[in-house]
Every structure is written in structure tokens, then in C-alpha cells.
Design a protein around this ligand. Structure first.
Ligand code: 13P
Length: 251
């Protein structure tokens, strides 16, 4: 049985005071959540705060991006080793906002994934189609090409130490969620793609859904056989909502 993982992606939100309240609110409700994992991916400047507040608690933390380079003259970049200095467990790679707004290509995302793995971090590889691609019937092709670029770079065994998040771009921050059936179809296709390379790795792979997941739709989404958790944006900024989604993962 795969354990469920509910991870918050705070995006570029927060501040020292608000973060502390949010983390304390989350911590107050996670103690009795057994058999699932919880994490928060915070902006770089707050990793020290996350480490200080969350060390010794059931909540793991991570970053939202990293450099594909190990070190050097790369102004503004943050390396995997730096994330390790703050004991990050996870790092998002290839979030659709990074792909669309900052021009991250499949090839760059694959390099970032490799850099994370090499440092012992657990990359959360984000994939997903735009609305135009879905309407054109290209969803599975797009997602499978995004996965393939990483598979080609690191090999299937690397996915034993990684997480995949399916986030349809049209569902992110829009209030428009994929139906449980729509999400399940893509999750099953992702698992089948990995299984063609290694059935055991595919069976153990956590595939999260992200895109307007809220307390009101989490139970149905998380009840699908290939949905192993959620990557939560907006609802992760409200402790009660985030906790409600976490509870939905222990059904
Ligand atoms: P929302 O939950 O705000 O739609 O964001 C999803 C997301 O992008 C998580 O990475």
C-alpha cells in the first residue's frame, strides 16, 4: 500500500509572522493523522523558519525550486546542497508556473530533478497540460513527454526516490478542479508509463494531484486508486483547510 502524501505549495506567499501562525495551526492538527505524510514547500527565505518550527514534528518541509548547477557564478540561484543545509526533504521541480513564466524546458527540469536526487533530496516532479492541450486531446501525450524527458535523463530507478504531481494547468488557482475520473485517468497513464520501465517502481510511486484541491473535493479525489495525495496551493495557506485535506487522506 502506498502511503498518501499531502504537500502544501505556499508559492510566493507568507511572512515570518503569518508563517508561524500557519505552521502552529497545522501542527496542532497533525498529531493524530496516522498512516500518511504531510509536508510544506515554502519560499527559500523561510526554510530556516520551517526547519526551526518543524524539526521533531510529523511535518516535513521542502523548497519550490532549485538550481540544476552545483555551485558557482549563478546569481540568484539556490543549489541542492543549500537546501540540504536546511534539512529539506522535498523540492518541487517543473511546476507549471516555472515552466510557463520562467521558461523552464523539459530538459532543464530533468537536470533539476537529477541535481535534487544527487543531493539526496526527494524531487516532486510536476507535470500537466494546458487547457488548449486538453481541448486538443493531447493530455496524455503532453504529460507522458514531460515524464519521458526525466526518465531518459535519470532512468526509472530514480523514481523510487521521487514523487510525481499531476497538476492540470487549467485547474491551478482557478477553482476549476479536474473531476476525480479525469485525474484518475491521467494518474493511471503515468503509472502505466513508469510500469513499462519497471513495474515495482511504478507500484510504489506516489502520484499526487494538484489544482484547486479543497476540503470539499479532497475526499473524492483522494479516494481514487492512483491518486496518492495532493499538492495544495491556495488551501495550504489556511491551516483548517490544509488539515481537512490531510484528514481526507486518511480514509
Ligand atoms: P491551487 O491549489 O491554488 O490550485 O494550486 C495548485 C498548485 O499549483 C500546487 O502546486
Amino acid at each position: 500500500m502506498r502511503q498518501k502524501l499531502v504537500a502544501g505549495n505556499w508559492k510566493m506567499h507568507g511572512g515570518l509572522k503569518a508563517n508561524l501562525q500557519l505552521l502552529q495551526g497545522v501542527l496542532a492538527g497533525v498529531a493524530d493523522l496516522k498512516g500518511m505524510s504531510v509536508a510544506v514547500c515554502v519560499p527559500f527565505p523561510y526554510l530556516a523558519q520551517a526547519q526551526s518550527v518543524l524539526t521533531g514534528t510529523p511535518v516535513a518541509w521542502g523548497a519550490q525550486n532549485l538550481s540544476e548547477q552545483p555551485q558557482g557564478a549563478f546569481t540568484g540561484e539556490v543549489s541542492a546542497a543549500m537546501l540540504n543545509d536546511f534539512a529539506c526533504k522535498y523540492v518541487l521541480v517543473g511546476h507549471s508556473e516555472r515552466r510557463a513564466i520562467y521558461g523552464e524546458t523539459d530538459a532543464l527540469v530533468a537536470e533539476k530533478f537529477a541535481a535534487a536526487l544527487a543531493a539526496g533530496l526527494r524531487p516532486v516532479l510536476c507535470v500537466g497540460e494546458t487547457l488548449a492541450q486538453r481541448d486538443a486531446g493531447q493530455t496524455i501525450d503532453v504529460v507522458s513527454a514531460q515524464i519521458e524527458a526525466v526518465l531518459k535523463r535519470v532512468g526509472v530507478a530514480a523514481f523510487a526516490d521521487a514523487v510525481v504531481a499531476y497538476e492540470p494547468v487549467w485547474a491551478i488557482g482557478t477553482g476549476r478542479t479536474a473531476t476525480a475520473a479525469q485525474a484518475q485517468e491521467v494518474h493511471a497513464a503515468i503509472r502505466a508509463q513508469i510500469a513499462r520501465a519497471d513495474a515495482k517502481v511504478a507500484e510504489g510511486l506516489q502520484i499526487l494531484y494538484g489544482g484547486s484541491m479543497k476540503p470539499g473535493n479532497a475526499v473524492e479525489l483522494l479516494g481514487m486508486p492512483d491518486i496518492d495525495g495532493g499538492l495544495i496551493g491556495g488551501a495550504a495557506l489556511v491551516a483548517a483547510d490544509f488539515l481537512a485535506i490531510c484528514r481526507a487522506a486518511v480514509q
